[in-house]
Design a protein around this ligand. Structure first.
Ligand SMILES: Cc1cc2nc3c(=O)[nH]c(=O)nc-3n(C[C@H](O)[C@H](O)[C@H](O)COP(=O)(O)OP(=O)(O)OC[C@H]3O[C@@H](n4cnc5c(N)ncnc54)[C@H](O)[C@@H]3O)c2cc1C
Ligand code: FES
Length: 268
C-alpha cells in the first residue's frame, strides 16, 4: 500500500447519502487489477463480508455509480480496501485515481454472507470474486471455525493476495496449472462441508449450485448483477428468483446480493 499516512477526515454525506472519501493508498496489481484504500473508521467497523458499496466518481458525474465489495479491512488504522478489475469506463476512471483524490461512497449495502451459521465452511472464489472473502477469512480464523478457501484464477499472475492468504487454509487452482492444481475451481468442490459461500463469474456460481443441488450443504452465492442506484429505486438490478409465491423479479441490491443457491433461477 502507498501513502499510508491515514489522516483523519470528517465523514460528511451529500444529499444522496454518499460520503466523499480520500484515497489514502493505491496498489496496481497485474493485468488490470487495482486496489484503492480509504480511511473511514465508521465503514471499516461496519462492513461485513458480502456487503457492497456504491462508488461514484465526483470528477465523472455523467457516469452511474458502480457496486463493489470491500476487500481487506485494516481495523487498527480504520482503513478499508476496494479491489477491482478494469472492465469499462467506471473502473478505468477509478484506476486513474491517485492517492489524495476523492471518490464518493455509499454503504454498507445489501445482505452479507451468514458466516455465523454453524458447520464446516467452504469459501469459493473465482477471479476478482476473492474480494468479499478477504474480510471473511480473519473473522473465521478468529472464531476458530472449521473452514477453507478454494481460490481459482486463469493463471498464477492473476491469483492475487497470496502473501496475505498464506495465513489461512487455501487451496489454489489455475486454468493453465501455473500455480496450485490445474483446472477450474468447480473441479475441486468438496461434499464434506455443511456451508458453501461463493463469489465469482456467473457460470462458476451456476456450476457450484448444480454440484450441491441434491446435497444437504447450504449454499450461498453473491450475485454480480449490474446496478444503477444500489438502493432499491431503479429496478436496474432485478432478476428472477424463487420466492414463497413462485418465481419473481426481485431487486438484487435489496434482497441480495447474497442468495441461497436454491432460490436462484439460471438463464436457459
Ligand atoms: C454486489 C457487487 C459486488 C461487486 N464487487 C466487485 C469487486 O469487488 N471488484 C470488482 O472488480 N468488481 C465488482 N463488481 C462488479 C463491478 O460492479 C463491475 O465490474 C463494474 O460496475 C463495471 O463498471 P464499468 O463502468 O467499469 O464497466 P461498464 O462500462 O459498465 O461495463 C463494461 C463491461 O462489463 C460488463 N459488466 C459491467 N458490470 C457487470 C456486472 N455486474 N456483471 C457482469 N458484467 C458486467 C458490461 O456488460 C460490459 O460488457 C461487483 C458487482 C456487484 C453487483
Ligand atoms: S440497483 Fe437500483 S433497484 Fe437495485
Amino acid at each position: 500500500m502507498t501513502g499510508n499516512n491515514f489522516s483523519s477526515k470528517m465523514e460528511t454525506m451529500d444529499k444522496k447519502g454518499y460520503t466523499p472519501l480520500e484515497i489514502v493508498g493505491k496498489r496496481e496489481w497485474r493485468e488490470d487489477f487495482f486496489s484503492l484504500f480509504f480511511h473511514s473508521p465508521l465503514l471499516t467497523s461496519s462492513l461485513r463480508s458480502g456487503h457492497f458499496l456504491m462508488v461514484r466518481d465526483p470528477d465523472a458525474p455523467t457516469l452511474l455509480s458502480r457496486p463493489f465489495s470491500m476487500g481487506r479491512l485494516f481495523h487498527d488504522e480504520g482503513v478499508f480496501e476496494l479491489f477491482f478489475q478494469v472492465v469499462g469506463k467506471g473502473t478505468e476512471s477509478m484506476a486513474r485515481k491517485r492517492v489524495g483524490d476523492t471518490l464518493s461512497v455509499l454503504g454498507p449495502l445489501g445482505n452479507p454472507f451468514p458466516l455465523e451459521k454453524p458447520g464446516r465452511i467452504l469459501l469459493i472464489a473465482g477471479g476478482r470474486g476473492i474480494s468479499p472473502f478477504l474480510s471473511a477469512l480473519p473473522v473465521l480464523a478468529e472464531s476458530k471455525r472449521d473452514y477453507s478457501l478454494l481460490y481459482g484464477a486463469k493463471t498464477a499472475r492473476t491469483l492475487l493476495f497470496r502473501p496475505f492468504l498464506a495465513d489461512f487454509p487455501v487451496s489454489y487452482r489455475t486454468d493453465d496449472g501455473s500455480f496450485g492444481q490445474r483446472g477450474l475451481v468447480v473441479d475441486g468442490l468438496s461434499q464434506e462441508v455443511d456451508l458453501v459461500f461463493a463469489c465469482g463469474p456467473e457460470k462458476m456460481l451456476e456450476r457450484v449450485a448444480l454440484f450441491y443441488k441434491d446435497l444437504p450443504t447450504e449454499v450461498y452465492l453473491s450475485l454480480e448483477e449490474r446496478m444503477g442506484c444500489g438502493t432499491g429505486i431503479c429496478y436496474g438490478c432485478a432478476r428472477k428468483v424463487r420466492t414463497d409465491r413462485g418465481v419473481e423479479m426481485v431487486r438484487v441490491c435489496e434482497e441480495g446480493p447474497v442468495f441461497e443457491a436454491s432460490r436462484v433461477v439460471w438463464d436457459e
